[in-house]
Design a protein around this ligand. Structure first.
Ligand code: DC
Length: 226
């Protein structure tokens, strides 16, 4: 598959900081951004809105095919519109994340989202964030990063994020949910969470956001991408 523009993929487990790092890297180099996890979250959320049974695979495939999604990254935080409605906060909950992980394990849902994800590759280039960006969606990406952090640190980051948003959250419950989601995402049969053979492993445990962004930027510079 020849890519129309250069692509950087940033994959990794839940709460590894992929979303934040991808957004900041994309802003720094002026490239487009694909938040692929949001698409799975939207499919699960769209299923609830359309009152589908939780196990209705065909119904969720139809949501994946027909939903109208807009990413508005003009402001300080990305805004996500589903069929014209701002659903940003509603798809960011732990419950929405668990729903996304469930529908993401169904191969026909993944297939239904493949072309939509690839269509984000537009000039001058794309930073794609997810679980299978470097392995399945953009196997020919010029730079693949696999971003990790210890399970403890990920739970603590998520906890801090939720407290800042004013949500009540128990650290123990979050650790448990993150572990469950990691297990489901990395053991599913199709497109499991794993580093591409040519991915650069980047462990962000103990590193600041700025330090991780700088590391990704220097990997791209080494490859002459910017
Ligand atoms: O990155 P996130 O937490 O928003 O992703 C939500 C869920 O979607 C995640 O638990 C697994 C699934 N997902 C996926 O299977 N493939 C992707 N490329 C991105 C997300």
């Amino acid at each position: 598959m020849t890519l129309p523009v250069p692509v950087v993929t940033i994959d990794g487990p839940s709460s590894s900081g992929k979303g934040t790092i991808s957004r900041l890297v994309a802003q720094r180099i002026g490239w487009k951004l694909l938040d692929s996890g949001a698409l799975y979250r939207l499919v699960a959320f769209g299923g609830i809105q359309r009152k589908l049974a939780p196990e209705d695979v065909a119904g969720h495939v139809e949501v994946a095919r027909s939903m109208h999604v807009e990413f508005d990254s003009g402001g300080p935080e990305e805004k996500i519109l589903l069929d014209g409605q701002d659903v940003t906060a509603r798809i960011r909950t732990e419950q929405a994340g668990a729903g996304a992980s469930r529908v993401a394990a169904w191969p026909p849902v993944r297939t239904a989202l493949t072309d939509r994800q690839r269509s984000f590759a537009a000039a001058p280039g794309l930073v794609a964030d997810g679980r299978d960006m470097g392995t399945v969606i953009f196997p020919d990406a010029q730079l693949k990063v696999f971003l990790t952090a210890s399970a403890d640190e990920r739970a603590q980051r998520r906890h801090k994020q939720l407290i800042e948003k004013g949500s009540a959250a128990s650290l123990a419950a979050l650790s448990r949910e993150i572990a469950e989601r990691d297990l489901r995402d990395s053991t599913r049969e199709v497109a499991p969470l794993k580093p591409a053979p040519d991915a650069q492993l980047l462990d962000s445990t103990g590193l600041s956001i700025d330090a991780v962004v700088e590391r990704v930027l220097s990997l791209g510079r080494e490859r002459g991408l910017w």
